[in-house]
Write a new protein. Structure first.
Lengths: 213, 173, 160
Protein backbone atom coordinates (compact mmCIF):
# COMPACT_ATOMS: atom_id res chain seq x y z
CA UNK A 1 0.00 0.00 0.00
CA UNK A 2 1.19 3.46 -0.79
CA UNK A 3 0.84 4.69 2.76
CA UNK A 4 4.03 2.93 3.84
CA UNK A 5 6.99 4.89 2.48
CA UNK A 6 9.53 2.63 0.79
CA UNK A 7 12.68 1.94 2.77
CA UNK A 8 15.24 4.62 2.27
CA UNK A 9 12.69 7.32 1.55
CA UNK A 10 13.56 10.70 3.06
CA UNK A 11 11.57 11.41 6.15
CA UNK A 12 9.72 14.67 5.81
CA UNK A 13 8.35 15.78 9.11
CA UNK A 14 5.46 18.11 9.37
CA UNK A 15 5.85 20.79 12.01
CA UNK A 16 4.23 19.25 15.04
CA UNK A 17 3.32 22.27 17.01
CA UNK A 18 3.39 25.98 16.61
CA UNK A 19 3.54 27.99 19.80
CA UNK A 20 1.76 30.90 18.24
CA UNK A 21 -1.34 28.80 17.63
CA UNK A 22 -1.16 26.25 20.40
CA UNK A 23 -2.01 28.30 23.38
CA UNK A 24 -1.74 25.36 25.72
CA UNK A 25 1.86 24.69 24.76
CA UNK A 26 3.24 28.15 25.34
CA UNK A 27 5.72 28.66 28.16
CA UNK A 28 3.85 28.53 31.43
CA UNK A 29 5.72 31.60 32.60
CA UNK A 30 4.77 33.57 29.52
CA UNK A 31 1.23 32.42 29.98
CA UNK A 32 1.13 33.58 33.57
CA UNK A 33 2.66 36.92 32.61
CA UNK A 34 0.08 37.52 29.94
CA UNK A 35 -2.74 36.49 32.17
CA UNK A 36 -5.04 39.29 33.06
CA UNK A 37 -8.67 39.17 33.94
CA UNK A 38 -9.79 39.59 30.36
CA UNK A 39 -7.35 36.97 29.12
CA UNK A 40 -8.51 34.52 31.73
CA UNK A 41 -12.06 35.02 30.64
CA UNK A 42 -11.05 34.47 27.05
CA UNK A 43 -9.22 31.31 27.98
CA UNK A 44 -12.19 30.09 29.90
CA UNK A 45 -14.34 30.78 26.90
CA UNK A 46 -11.93 28.95 24.65
CA UNK A 47 -11.87 25.99 27.00
CA UNK A 48 -15.63 26.01 27.15
CA UNK A 49 -15.87 26.05 23.37
CA UNK A 50 -13.33 23.30 22.96
CA UNK A 51 -14.88 21.00 25.47
CA UNK A 52 -18.43 21.62 24.39
CA UNK A 53 -17.86 20.67 20.79
CA UNK A 54 -15.14 18.11 20.71
CA UNK A 55 -15.44 16.42 17.34
CA UNK A 56 -14.04 12.93 17.06
CA UNK A 57 -12.41 11.47 13.99
CA UNK A 58 -13.82 8.15 12.88
CA UNK A 59 -11.21 5.65 13.95
CA UNK A 60 -13.11 2.57 14.90
CA UNK A 61 -10.86 -0.37 14.18
CA UNK A 62 -12.61 -3.39 15.66
CA UNK A 63 -15.26 -4.41 18.19
CA UNK A 64 -14.87 -1.34 20.39
CA UNK A 65 -16.16 0.74 17.54
CA UNK A 66 -19.57 -0.86 18.00
CA UNK A 67 -19.72 0.47 21.53
CA UNK A 68 -18.51 3.80 20.22
CA UNK A 69 -21.43 3.76 17.82
CA UNK A 70 -23.70 2.99 20.74
CA UNK A 71 -22.72 6.26 22.34
CA UNK A 72 -24.34 7.91 19.36
CA UNK A 73 -27.54 5.97 19.83
CA UNK A 74 -30.52 7.72 21.39
CA UNK A 75 -30.12 5.80 24.63
CA UNK A 76 -26.81 7.41 25.49
CA UNK A 77 -26.74 10.42 23.31
CA UNK A 78 -23.25 11.78 22.85
CA UNK A 79 -24.80 14.68 20.99
CA UNK A 80 -25.60 16.10 24.41
CA UNK A 81 -21.87 16.75 24.79
CA UNK A 82 -21.42 18.08 21.31
CA UNK A 83 -19.36 15.07 20.31
CA UNK A 84 -21.84 13.53 17.96
CA UNK A 85 -20.25 15.04 14.89
CA UNK A 86 -17.76 12.40 13.86
CA UNK A 87 -15.64 13.85 11.12
CA UNK A 88 -14.67 11.80 8.13
CA UNK A 89 -11.51 13.80 7.64
CA UNK A 90 -8.99 14.08 10.44
CA UNK A 91 -8.24 17.62 9.44
CA UNK A 92 -11.49 18.78 10.95
CA UNK A 93 -11.41 16.59 14.03
CA UNK A 94 -10.21 17.34 17.55
CA UNK A 95 -10.34 13.93 19.11
CA UNK A 96 -9.15 10.58 17.96
CA UNK A 97 -10.81 7.66 19.70
CA UNK A 98 -8.67 4.65 18.90
CA UNK A 99 -11.31 1.97 19.26
CA UNK A 100 -10.00 -1.51 18.69
CA UNK A 101 -6.90 -3.59 18.06
CA UNK A 102 -4.09 -1.72 16.43
CA UNK A 103 -2.05 -4.07 14.28
CA UNK A 104 1.52 -3.55 13.19
CA UNK A 105 0.29 -3.04 9.67
CA UNK A 106 -2.09 -0.27 10.71
CA UNK A 107 0.37 1.59 12.91
CA UNK A 108 1.84 3.88 10.24
CA UNK A 109 -1.67 4.71 9.13
CA UNK A 110 -2.68 5.76 12.63
CA UNK A 111 0.36 7.94 12.88
CA UNK A 112 -0.37 9.47 9.50
CA UNK A 113 -3.92 10.28 10.44
CA UNK A 114 -2.86 11.65 13.80
CA UNK A 115 -0.35 13.90 12.07
CA UNK A 116 -3.07 15.22 9.81
CA UNK A 117 -5.15 16.38 12.74
CA UNK A 118 -4.71 20.02 13.66
CA UNK A 119 -3.77 21.20 17.10
CA UNK A 120 -5.29 21.13 19.65
CA UNK A 121 -5.94 17.45 19.46
CA UNK A 122 -6.47 14.71 21.98
CA UNK A 123 -6.46 10.94 21.89
CA UNK A 124 -8.61 8.52 23.80
CA UNK A 125 -7.43 4.94 23.79
CA UNK A 126 -10.62 2.93 24.05
CA UNK A 127 -10.61 -0.62 25.21
CA UNK A 128 -8.00 -3.11 26.31
CA UNK A 129 -6.47 -3.67 22.89
CA UNK A 130 -5.89 -0.02 22.12
CA UNK A 131 -4.51 0.67 25.58
CA UNK A 132 -2.11 -2.24 25.97
CA UNK A 133 -2.77 -4.83 23.33
CA UNK A 134 -5.27 -6.49 25.63
CA UNK A 135 -5.52 -10.23 25.38
CA UNK A 136 -3.65 -10.26 22.03
CA UNK A 137 -0.11 -10.32 23.30
CA UNK A 138 1.55 -11.33 20.04
CA UNK A 139 3.61 -10.31 17.05
CA UNK A 140 0.77 -8.88 15.03
CA UNK A 141 -0.88 -6.47 17.46
CA UNK A 142 0.78 -3.30 18.65
CA UNK A 143 0.87 -3.49 22.41
CA UNK A 144 -0.87 -0.22 22.97
CA UNK A 145 -1.53 2.62 20.59
CA UNK A 146 0.60 4.84 22.82
CA UNK A 147 3.56 3.32 21.06
CA UNK A 148 2.85 5.50 18.04
CA UNK A 149 0.67 8.34 19.28
CA UNK A 150 0.50 10.15 22.62
CA UNK A 151 -2.63 9.23 24.53
CA UNK A 152 -4.59 11.44 26.90
CA UNK A 153 -7.18 9.09 28.37
CA UNK A 154 -7.26 5.31 28.66
CA UNK A 155 -10.65 3.62 28.86
CA UNK A 156 -10.38 -0.02 29.96
CA UNK A 157 -12.91 -2.66 29.10
CA UNK A 158 -13.50 -5.28 26.50
CA UNK A 159 -15.36 -3.54 25.08
CA UNK A 160 -15.93 -0.68 27.48
CA UNK A 161 -19.58 0.01 27.96
CA UNK A 162 -20.68 3.11 26.08
CA UNK A 163 -21.07 4.76 29.47
CA UNK A 164 -17.42 4.02 30.19
CA UNK A 165 -16.43 5.75 26.98
CA UNK A 166 -18.60 8.70 27.90
CA UNK A 167 -16.93 8.86 31.25
CA UNK A 168 -13.61 8.82 29.43
CA UNK A 169 -14.71 11.75 27.32
CA UNK A 170 -15.93 13.44 30.48
CA UNK A 171 -12.57 13.20 32.21
CA UNK A 172 -10.91 14.34 29.01
CA UNK A 173 -13.06 17.43 29.11
CA UNK A 174 -11.96 17.98 32.69
CA UNK A 175 -8.39 17.69 31.53
CA UNK A 176 -8.99 20.26 28.81
CA UNK A 177 -10.61 22.59 31.26
CA UNK A 178 -14.34 22.28 31.09
CA UNK A 179 -16.71 23.91 33.53
CA UNK A 180 -14.70 27.04 33.63
CA UNK A 181 -11.61 25.47 35.10
CA UNK A 182 -8.77 26.93 33.15
CA UNK A 183 -6.04 24.34 32.94
CA UNK A 184 -3.51 25.32 35.50
CA UNK A 185 -0.01 26.18 34.52
CA UNK A 186 1.16 22.98 36.15
CA UNK A 187 -1.06 21.02 33.85
CA UNK A 188 0.19 22.95 30.85
CA UNK A 189 3.78 22.44 31.90
CA UNK A 190 3.15 18.77 32.47
CA UNK A 191 1.54 18.38 29.08
CA UNK A 192 4.43 20.14 27.40
CA UNK A 193 6.96 18.00 29.24
CA UNK A 194 5.03 14.89 28.35
CA UNK A 195 5.03 15.83 24.69
CA UNK A 196 8.73 16.68 24.71
CA UNK A 197 9.61 13.45 26.46
CA UNK A 198 7.52 11.41 24.11
CA UNK A 199 9.06 13.15 21.12
CA UNK A 200 12.53 12.54 22.46
CA UNK A 201 11.86 8.86 23.01
CA UNK A 202 10.45 8.37 19.57
CA UNK A 203 12.72 10.79 17.72
CA UNK A 204 14.38 8.07 15.70
CA UNK A 205 11.18 6.26 14.95
CA UNK A 206 10.60 6.17 11.24
CA UNK A 207 6.91 6.06 11.87
CA UNK A 208 6.94 9.68 12.88
CA UNK A 209 7.80 10.80 9.40
CA UNK A 210 5.26 11.41 6.74
CA UNK A 211 4.38 13.73 3.94
CA UNK A 212 4.11 17.27 5.15
CA UNK A 213 0.65 17.61 3.73
CA UNK B 1 -47.43 -19.36 -4.97
CA UNK B 2 -45.47 -21.59 -2.68
CA UNK B 3 -41.75 -21.91 -2.75
CA UNK B 4 -40.30 -25.10 -4.15
CA UNK B 5 -39.18 -27.46 -1.42
CA UNK B 6 -35.48 -27.32 -0.65
CA UNK B 7 -33.71 -30.33 -2.02
CA UNK B 8 -31.21 -31.94 0.26
CA UNK B 9 -27.98 -32.38 -1.60
CA UNK B 10 -26.80 -35.93 -1.34
CA UNK B 11 -23.74 -36.27 0.87
CA UNK B 12 -20.94 -38.00 -0.87
CA UNK B 13 -21.06 -41.65 -0.08
CA UNK B 14 -17.91 -43.61 0.35
CA UNK B 15 -18.53 -45.76 -2.69
CA UNK B 16 -19.04 -42.74 -4.95
CA UNK B 17 -16.18 -40.65 -3.81
CA UNK B 18 -13.39 -43.09 -3.96
CA UNK B 19 -13.93 -42.42 -7.62
CA UNK B 20 -11.96 -39.32 -6.82
CA UNK B 21 -8.78 -41.29 -6.51
CA UNK B 22 -9.68 -43.23 -9.61
CA UNK B 23 -10.11 -40.03 -11.57
CA UNK B 24 -6.83 -38.66 -10.42
CA UNK B 25 -5.04 -41.89 -11.19
CA UNK B 26 -6.59 -41.99 -14.62
CA UNK B 27 -4.99 -38.76 -15.73
CA UNK B 28 -1.86 -38.93 -13.68
CA UNK B 29 -0.82 -42.40 -12.63
CA UNK B 30 1.04 -42.64 -9.40
CA UNK B 31 -0.17 -39.29 -8.10
CA UNK B 32 -2.27 -40.59 -5.26
CA UNK B 33 -0.19 -41.56 -2.26
CA UNK B 34 -2.99 -42.64 0.02
CA UNK B 35 -6.60 -42.00 0.76
CA UNK B 36 -8.64 -42.48 3.86
CA UNK B 37 -12.05 -41.72 5.15
CA UNK B 38 -12.77 -40.49 8.60
CA UNK B 39 -16.12 -39.45 10.05
CA UNK B 40 -17.63 -39.45 6.63
CA UNK B 41 -14.97 -37.18 5.14
CA UNK B 42 -12.73 -38.37 2.35
CA UNK B 43 -9.14 -37.23 2.24
CA UNK B 44 -6.88 -37.96 -0.71
CA UNK B 45 -3.19 -37.38 -0.40
CA UNK B 46 -1.39 -36.66 -3.65
CA UNK B 47 2.20 -36.05 -4.57
CA UNK B 48 3.09 -32.40 -4.55
CA UNK B 49 4.43 -32.39 -8.09
CA UNK B 50 1.16 -33.79 -9.45
CA UNK B 51 -1.18 -31.42 -7.67
CA UNK B 52 -2.01 -29.44 -10.77
CA UNK B 53 -2.96 -32.50 -12.78
CA UNK B 54 -5.00 -33.81 -9.89
CA UNK B 55 -6.77 -30.47 -9.60
CA UNK B 56 -7.63 -30.44 -13.30
CA UNK B 57 -8.83 -34.01 -13.15
CA UNK B 58 -11.13 -33.27 -10.28
CA UNK B 59 -12.51 -30.08 -11.69
CA UNK B 60 -13.08 -31.27 -15.20
CA UNK B 61 -13.89 -34.87 -14.42
CA UNK B 62 -17.25 -36.45 -13.65
CA UNK B 63 -17.32 -35.40 -10.01
CA UNK B 64 -17.01 -31.75 -11.04
CA UNK B 65 -15.33 -30.26 -8.00
CA UNK B 66 -15.74 -26.73 -9.20
CA UNK B 67 -15.63 -24.97 -5.86
CA UNK B 68 -12.45 -24.57 -3.89
CA UNK B 69 -13.45 -23.81 -0.33
CA UNK B 70 -9.98 -23.06 0.87
CA UNK B 71 -6.31 -23.74 0.78
CA UNK B 72 -4.82 -24.21 4.22
CA UNK B 73 -1.54 -25.37 5.62
CA UNK B 74 -0.22 -26.95 8.79
CA UNK B 75 3.36 -27.11 9.96
CA UNK B 76 4.67 -30.49 11.15
CA UNK B 77 8.31 -29.84 11.99
CA UNK B 78 9.06 -33.52 12.61
CA UNK B 79 7.78 -34.75 9.30
CA UNK B 80 10.07 -34.81 6.27
CA UNK B 81 7.56 -32.92 4.19
CA UNK B 82 6.96 -30.38 6.93
CA UNK B 83 4.21 -28.25 5.40
CA UNK B 84 1.02 -30.16 4.73
CA UNK B 85 -1.29 -28.25 2.45
CA UNK B 86 -4.97 -29.03 2.35
CA UNK B 87 -7.30 -28.15 -0.50
CA UNK B 88 -10.94 -28.38 0.45
CA UNK B 89 -13.08 -29.05 -2.59
CA UNK B 90 -16.79 -29.01 -3.00
CA UNK B 91 -18.93 -29.95 -5.89
CA UNK B 92 -21.88 -27.68 -6.42
CA UNK B 93 -23.36 -30.02 -8.97
CA UNK B 94 -23.17 -33.29 -7.06
CA UNK B 95 -22.77 -32.08 -3.50
CA UNK B 96 -19.58 -34.03 -2.98
CA UNK B 97 -16.76 -32.99 -0.71
CA UNK B 98 -13.17 -34.03 -0.72
CA UNK B 99 -9.94 -32.90 0.85
CA UNK B 100 -6.74 -33.00 -1.13
CA UNK B 101 -3.49 -33.10 0.79
CA UNK B 102 0.01 -32.46 -0.40
CA UNK B 103 3.31 -32.12 1.41
CA UNK B 104 5.26 -29.12 0.23
CA UNK B 105 8.64 -29.98 1.61
CA UNK B 106 10.67 -28.67 4.48
CA UNK B 107 13.68 -26.62 3.55
CA UNK B 108 12.38 -24.80 0.54
CA UNK B 109 8.67 -25.49 0.39
CA UNK B 110 7.30 -25.16 -3.12
CA UNK B 111 4.29 -26.38 -4.97
CA UNK B 112 2.38 -25.51 -8.10
CA UNK B 113 -0.32 -22.95 -7.79
CA UNK B 114 -3.86 -24.03 -8.60
CA UNK B 115 -5.07 -20.56 -9.52
CA UNK B 116 -5.23 -21.61 -13.14
CA UNK B 117 -7.79 -24.21 -12.13
CA UNK B 118 -9.67 -22.34 -9.38
CA UNK B 119 -9.09 -18.57 -9.47
CA UNK B 120 -10.34 -18.30 -5.91
CA UNK B 121 -7.13 -19.87 -4.73
CA UNK B 122 -5.32 -16.59 -5.37
CA UNK B 123 -5.57 -14.94 -1.95
CA UNK B 124 -5.68 -18.25 -0.14
CA UNK B 125 -2.27 -19.16 -1.51
CA UNK B 126 -0.99 -15.68 -0.72
CA UNK B 127 -2.03 -16.24 2.87
CA UNK B 128 -0.28 -19.61 2.97
CA UNK B 129 2.82 -17.97 1.55
CA UNK B 130 2.63 -15.11 4.03
CA UNK B 131 2.15 -17.26 7.09
CA UNK B 132 4.19 -20.36 6.18
CA UNK B 133 6.53 -19.40 3.39
CA UNK B 134 5.34 -21.95 0.84
CA UNK B 135 6.06 -20.71 -2.67
CA UNK B 136 3.46 -21.31 -5.35
CA UNK B 137 4.75 -21.61 -8.90
CA UNK B 138 2.62 -19.88 -11.44
CA UNK B 139 0.83 -17.67 -8.97
CA UNK B 140 -0.09 -14.34 -10.57
CA UNK B 141 1.06 -12.14 -7.67
CA UNK B 142 2.68 -13.93 -4.78
CA UNK B 143 3.20 -11.39 -2.03
CA UNK B 144 2.22 -10.95 1.56
CA UNK B 145 -1.39 -10.38 2.29
CA UNK B 146 -1.91 -10.25 6.06
CA UNK B 147 1.37 -9.00 7.43
CA UNK B 148 3.05 -5.77 6.38
CA UNK B 149 4.86 -6.15 3.07
CA UNK B 150 8.29 -5.70 4.62
CA UNK B 151 7.75 -8.25 7.39
CA UNK B 152 10.52 -10.71 8.16
CA UNK B 153 9.71 -14.34 8.64
CA UNK B 154 6.62 -16.44 8.39
CA UNK B 155 4.60 -16.11 11.55
CA UNK B 156 2.53 -19.30 11.67
CA UNK B 157 5.52 -21.61 11.49
CA UNK B 158 6.12 -23.56 14.67
CA UNK B 159 9.52 -22.02 15.20
CA UNK B 160 8.31 -18.46 14.99
CA UNK B 161 7.90 -16.83 18.40
CA UNK B 162 4.49 -15.62 19.47
CA UNK B 163 5.86 -12.17 20.19
CA UNK B 164 4.21 -9.49 22.23
CA UNK B 165 5.61 -8.01 25.38
CA UNK B 166 5.62 -8.64 29.09
CA UNK B 167 2.47 -7.51 30.84
CA UNK B 168 3.10 -4.35 32.82
CA UNK B 169 2.71 -4.39 36.60
CA UNK B 170 4.00 -2.21 39.40
CA UNK B 171 7.58 -2.53 40.49
CA UNK B 172 6.70 -4.09 43.83
CA UNK B 173 8.72 -7.21 44.62
CA UNK C 1 -50.86 10.78 -3.62
CA UNK C 2 -47.31 11.98 -3.14
CA UNK C 3 -47.97 14.99 -0.96
CA UNK C 4 -50.05 13.12 1.58
CA UNK C 5 -47.29 10.54 1.94
CA UNK C 6 -44.85 13.28 2.80
CA UNK C 7 -47.26 14.56 5.45
CA UNK C 8 -47.57 11.09 6.89
CA UNK C 9 -43.82 11.00 7.24
CA UNK C 10 -43.83 14.35 8.99
CA UNK C 11 -46.59 13.06 11.24
CA UNK C 12 -44.35 10.27 12.43
CA UNK C 13 -41.64 12.77 13.23
CA UNK C 14 -43.91 15.12 15.14
CA UNK C 15 -45.55 12.34 17.06
CA UNK C 16 -42.12 11.13 18.11
CA UNK C 17 -41.31 14.61 19.29
CA UNK C 18 -44.08 14.30 21.82
CA UNK C 19 -43.03 10.91 23.17
CA UNK C 20 -40.75 10.50 26.12
CA UNK C 21 -37.10 10.32 25.09
CA UNK C 22 -35.30 7.10 25.86
CA UNK C 23 -32.06 8.87 26.62
CA UNK C 24 -30.48 8.00 29.92
CA UNK C 25 -28.98 11.25 31.12
CA UNK C 26 -25.64 9.58 31.55
CA UNK C 27 -23.43 11.31 34.03
CA UNK C 28 -26.34 12.26 36.24
CA UNK C 29 -28.21 8.98 35.91
CA UNK C 30 -26.12 5.85 35.73
CA UNK C 31 -27.27 3.08 33.45
CA UNK C 32 -28.63 0.24 35.57
CA UNK C 33 -27.00 -3.14 35.21
CA UNK C 34 -28.04 -6.73 35.75
CA UNK C 35 -26.73 -8.73 38.71
CA UNK C 36 -24.22 -10.78 36.71
CA UNK C 37 -22.73 -7.83 34.90
CA UNK C 38 -18.94 -8.11 34.92
CA UNK C 39 -17.35 -4.85 35.95
CA UNK C 40 -14.45 -3.98 38.20
CA UNK C 41 -12.98 -6.69 40.38
CA UNK C 42 -13.20 -6.84 44.14
CA UNK C 43 -11.31 -8.89 46.70
CA UNK C 44 -13.35 -10.03 49.67
CA UNK C 45 -12.78 -10.47 53.36
CA UNK C 46 -14.30 -12.92 55.79
CA UNK C 47 -16.51 -11.52 58.49
CA UNK C 48 -13.69 -11.61 61.00
CA UNK C 49 -11.49 -9.44 58.85
CA UNK C 50 -9.26 -12.13 57.38
CA UNK C 51 -8.85 -12.12 53.63
CA UNK C 52 -10.39 -14.87 51.62
CA UNK C 53 -7.56 -14.86 49.08
CA UNK C 54 -4.87 -17.43 49.92
CA UNK C 55 -2.57 -16.60 47.04
CA UNK C 56 -3.12 -19.86 45.14
CA UNK C 57 -2.83 -18.04 41.75
CA UNK C 58 -5.62 -20.02 40.17
CA UNK C 59 -7.05 -16.74 38.93
CA UNK C 60 -3.71 -15.83 37.35
CA UNK C 61 -3.54 -19.23 35.70
CA UNK C 62 -7.07 -18.90 34.36
CA UNK C 63 -6.69 -15.38 33.05
CA UNK C 64 -6.59 -15.36 29.23
CA UNK C 65 -4.84 -12.00 29.13
CA UNK C 66 -2.26 -12.85 31.85
CA UNK C 67 -3.12 -9.66 33.62
CA UNK C 68 -3.05 -10.88 37.24
CA UNK C 69 0.13 -11.09 39.26
CA UNK C 70 0.09 -12.98 42.53
CA UNK C 71 3.02 -13.37 44.87
CA UNK C 72 2.17 -15.48 47.89
CA UNK C 73 3.69 -15.40 51.35
CA UNK C 74 3.27 -17.64 54.39
CA UNK C 75 0.96 -16.61 57.15
CA UNK C 76 2.82 -16.40 60.43
CA UNK C 77 1.06 -16.55 63.80
CA UNK C 78 2.07 -12.95 64.43
CA UNK C 79 1.02 -11.73 61.02
CA UNK C 80 -2.03 -13.59 59.81
CA UNK C 81 -3.68 -12.01 56.84
CA UNK C 82 -5.75 -14.71 55.24
CA UNK C 83 -7.77 -17.63 56.49
CA UNK C 84 -5.48 -20.26 54.97
CA UNK C 85 -1.82 -21.14 55.08
CA UNK C 86 -0.67 -18.47 52.72
CA UNK C 87 -1.85 -15.06 51.66
CA UNK C 88 -1.25 -12.94 48.60
CA UNK C 89 1.46 -10.48 49.51
CA UNK C 90 1.31 -8.88 46.08
CA UNK C 91 -1.92 -9.00 44.15
CA UNK C 92 -2.13 -6.81 41.08
CA UNK C 93 -4.45 -6.68 38.14
CA UNK C 94 -3.56 -4.73 35.04
CA UNK C 95 -7.01 -3.38 34.21
CA UNK C 96 -5.84 -2.12 30.86
CA UNK C 97 -5.13 -5.72 29.76
CA UNK C 98 -8.16 -7.21 31.49
CA UNK C 99 -10.94 -8.37 29.19
CA UNK C 100 -13.49 -8.73 32.01
CA UNK C 101 -14.26 -12.31 31.10
CA UNK C 102 -14.83 -13.43 34.68
CA UNK C 103 -12.60 -16.50 34.43
CA UNK C 104 -10.77 -15.43 37.57
CA UNK C 105 -14.05 -15.33 39.41
CA UNK C 106 -14.94 -18.80 38.12
CA UNK C 107 -11.52 -20.21 38.94
CA UNK C 108 -11.29 -18.96 42.50
CA UNK C 109 -12.11 -21.76 44.92
CA UNK C 110 -12.67 -19.41 47.82
CA UNK C 111 -14.91 -16.79 46.21
CA UNK C 112 -12.20 -14.32 47.06
CA UNK C 113 -12.46 -12.37 43.84
CA UNK C 114 -15.66 -11.38 42.14
CA UNK C 115 -16.52 -8.94 39.42
CA UNK C 116 -18.68 -6.14 40.70
CA UNK C 117 -20.74 -3.72 38.74
CA UNK C 118 -18.58 -0.65 38.49
CA UNK C 119 -17.88 0.29 34.87
CA UNK C 120 -16.40 3.74 35.22
CA UNK C 121 -12.71 3.05 35.14
CA UNK C 122 -11.06 5.59 32.83
CA UNK C 123 -7.70 7.02 33.77
CA UNK C 124 -5.15 9.45 32.42
CA UNK C 125 -2.18 7.09 32.51
CA UNK C 126 -1.52 3.40 31.99
CA UNK C 127 0.14 3.12 35.37
CA UNK C 128 -3.00 4.29 37.12
CA UNK C 129 -4.81 1.32 35.63
CA UNK C 130 -2.66 -1.23 37.45
CA UNK C 131 -4.81 -1.95 40.48
CA UNK C 132 -2.99 -3.20 43.55
CA UNK C 133 -4.42 -5.24 46.39
CA UNK C 134 -5.42 -2.29 48.53
CA UNK C 135 -7.40 -0.80 45.67
CA UNK C 136 -9.10 -4.11 44.96
CA UNK C 137 -10.03 -4.72 48.57
CA UNK C 138 -12.05 -1.54 48.65
CA UNK C 139 -15.48 -1.56 47.05
CA UNK C 140 -15.61 0.59 43.98
CA UNK C 141 -16.54 4.16 44.83
CA UNK C 142 -19.23 4.50 42.21
CA UNK C 143 -21.48 1.53 41.64
CA UNK C 144 -24.40 1.73 39.25
CA UNK C 145 -27.88 0.69 40.37
CA UNK C 146 -29.49 -2.61 39.44
CA UNK C 147 -32.29 -2.85 36.95
CA UNK C 148 -35.72 -2.29 38.36
CA UNK C 149 -37.05 -5.54 36.92
CA UNK C 150 -34.54 -7.65 38.83
CA UNK C 151 -36.32 -9.45 41.69
CA UNK C 152 -35.46 -7.61 44.83
CA UNK C 153 -34.31 -4.61 42.83
CA UNK C 154 -33.73 -1.78 42.38
CA UNK C 155 -30.93 -2.05 44.88
CA UNK C 156 -29.24 1.24 45.56
CA UNK C 157 -25.59 1.27 44.62
CA UNK C 158 -23.22 0.03 47.24
CA UNK C 159 -25.70 -2.26 48.93
CA UNK C 160 -25.60 -5.10 46.41
Amino acid sequence: MALIPPPGAPIRRSPRTDDAIDWDLRDPEALEASRGILTTTVEKAIAWAQTSAIWPATFGLACCSIEMMHTLSPRLDMGRFGAEYFRGTPRQADLMIVAGRLTQKMAPVVRHIYDQMLEPKWVISMGACASTGGVFNNYAVLQGCDKVIPVDVYVPGCPPRPESLMEGIDILRKKIGANGQVPSSELIAARRAERAEWDAQHASDALKGGPAN
Amino acid sequence: MGRPARKRRPEGRAGELSDVSTQIEATSPGAVVQEFEDHGELTVEVRADRILEAARALKNGPSQFTLLSGVTCADFPDEPGRFRLAYHLRSVQTGGRVRLRAWAGGLDPQIDSVTSVWPGADWQEREVFDQFGVRFHGHPDLCRILNPLDWDGHPLRRDYPIGGEEVQFTDAV
Amino acid sequence: MGRLDALKGFGVTFRTLLTKPVTIGYPEHKTPVYPRFRGRHRLWLHDDGLEKCVGCSLCAAACPADCIRVVAEENTPEHRVSAGERYARIYEINMARCIFCGYCEIACPFDAITLEHSYELSEYTREALIYTKDVLLEPAPKQPPLHSNVPGGPIPPGEA
